[in-house]
Ligand binder design. Structure first.
Ligand code: A2P
Length: 326
């Protein structure tokens, strides 16, 4: 190996390398059975606009035990059949547990699920999501069919202490970050860790009390909320996570963005991807921005006219940006 090749493979603050994690240990053609270990609301009790649950699954004794890294997903096959009589397809859910699970021994896998409840646009009939409602209805001790783990890109770097972290989530997009931040805090890294969390109302903030406690107990962790539908005399328009980044009065977030050490992780509603990219382009000078995004020179001066379809042809992310939007 030449010295230039060697330098490409060495992890540094501006060149994160990811661990080579296992995937598909349990495949869909031979799923395993886990048991619900705990289930509880993780939004503000019954006052929230939607119902989101923290669901813990015991996978002890199966090949899923000790198999995952924070940031990966796992598969759930709901029982029963579709309207056409076919078995339900597998659904992927983000793992909300740290590496090693809730108890550290690799037996308890967790996810965060919001019940999908909607009205059909034309027929105005009630629509209820198959897998989210199945999962949220399960009680402790009931069995569930599982596969996984899945995912090789949305992970913490191999040498986490070399970097600082900005995690940006909306809704259940918080799930992988709950696991990743737990991993970072458990490893006692000195890195700066900032979490930006967006929700419609205060009562929809997931794991809110836990995150406030982490902030109180860890000097290197800060928690910033963006409540979109709560207007006040000071805030008469929607506040999104990217606006929280832009209105960073303490200067902490902008300092992190400019530092040359920071990795950005984004998880949640698809629309925020473009909004975050535009905000970064407005906040940073071209050299600073190039740490996270490669912008086609043709569109560089027209940030307000960027459109989602320009991603990833004209707006490409670098190795310092990690995205999982849906
Ligand atoms: P809103 O729906 O008020 O426009 P949840 O998953 O719990 O519904 O939360 C999603 C959050 O993301 C809401 O606060 C929602 O605001 C917000 N949101 C919607 N569109 C965007 C966008 N383009 N960029 C950032 N946040 C968004």
């Amino acid at each position: 190996m030449t010295s230039s090749n060697q330098s490409q493979t060495v992890e540094s603050s501006d060149n994160p390398t990811l661990p080579d994690v296992d995937q598909h240990i349990v495949k869909p053609n031979a799923p395993v059975v886990g048991k619900i270990h705990a289930t509880r609301l993780c939004s503000a009790s019954r006052k929230a606009a939607g119902f989101a649950r923290h669901i813990e699954i015991d996978v002890s004794g199966t090949p899923l035990e000790n198999s995952w890294h924070a940031g990966q997903s796992f598969g759930i096959i709901p029982p029963g059949t579709t309207e056409n009589g076919k078995p339900h397809k597998l659904r992927l859910y983000s793992i909300a547990a740290p590496t090693g699970g809730e108890t550290g021994d690799g037996t308890i896998l967790t996810t965060t699920v919001k019940r999908l409840i909607d009205e059909h646009w034309d027929s105005h009939n009630l629509v209820t999501g198959v897998c989210s409602n199945y999962l949220c209805n399960l009680n402790v001790g009931e069995e569930i069919t599982l596969t996984g783990p899945v995912g090789k890109r949305f992970l913490l770097p191999s040498q986490p202490e070399l970097h600082d972290y900005i995690f940006i989530a909306t809704g259940t997009g918080i799930a992988p970050f709950r696991g990743m931040i737990t991993d970072l805090l458990n490893a006692k890294v000195k890195s700066k860790i900032a979490l930006l969390m967006g929700a419609p109302y205060e009562t929809d903030l997931l794991y809110h009390d836990t995150l406030l406690n982490w902030e109180a107990e860890n000097e290197n962790f800060s928690y910033h909320t963006a409540i979109s539908r709560h207007t006040t005399p000071d805030q008469d328009s929607k506040l999104y996570v990217q606006d929280r980044l832009a209105h960073d009065n303490s200067g902490e977030l902008i300092g992190m963005l400019k530092s040359g050490r920071t990795l950005i992780y984004i998880c949640g509603i698809a629309g925020m991807e473009l909004g975050v990219f535009q905000t970064l382009a407005k906040l940073l000078d071209p050299q600073e921005l190039a740490q996270y995004l490669q912008i086609d020179p043709e569109i560089a001066s027209e940030i307000d006219h960027w459109e989602r379809k320009m991603i990833p042809k004209k707006i490409k992310k670098t190795k310092r940006m990690f995205l999982e939007v849906y």
